[in-house]
Write a protein that binds this ligand. Sequence first.
Ligand code: MG
Ligand code: MG
Length: 269
Amino acid sequence: MFASKGIYIKNHSEIELMRESALLVGATLAEVSKHIKFGVKTKELDMIAEDFIYSHNAIPTFKGYNGFPASLCISINEVIIHGIPGEREIKEGDVISIDCGVTLNGWVGDSAYTFATKGISEEAKKLLQCTKNSLYAGINKCILGQRVGDVGAEIQNYCESFGYGVVREFCGHGVGKKMHEKPDVPNYGKKGSGIKFCEGMVIAVEPMITMGKKDVMIEKDEWTCRTVDMSIAAHFEHDVAITINTPDVLSNFEQIEIVIKQNDNLELV
Ligand code: MG
Ligand code: MG
């Protein structure tokens, strides 16, 4: 049902369907992370994800979305989001953000994880840790009585306290039958501002944080979004349902992190 301002409110059974979609994204990213090896091409990782998603009776939501050509966004180092998989090979020391969306039973799951390959700098590890922490700091504000601006303020204040850049041009969003629903959930903002959370809202919280300045540019392919100053970036994303109790995080990173520990080319940070 639609609440005010065009926000689609999900009932209990719809949220359970969305959990299945979100968990399938986690399972897909875990499958992909088994194959992150030095020398592998990003298009090979994309094919693994696509096959995995179809074999679970789901559809890769990104493929064809506004013309996007692949099932994953794979964004390396200074690329923040929307990197197009292709011939590029994974190298030691790369920071690899992978964003994935699936549509299962008509419901979208949308989640992202930034992987540390063996050999990344201590500085880069700190950026990844901070970005992941900021995701959970933002999620902790996804409760009744809080507003969209409280999530943004939390993420912004936390990341800026480390001197990092908080990307303004892209943001989190409502998620449901469509990947991008109302409301927008910026990663910056003022406490107490914006739409108030109510039970049954489901939102994707997704901080995009840079080691340098916050300014971004889009490459000629009209998708790849990178930092202007070429500083590296990180991106983590969870789907979260607002309940009368604590935030209900529908996606999870557990399977991904089990695989990371078993993959010699990756490091858990
Ligand atoms: Mg995403
Ligand atoms: Mg998203």
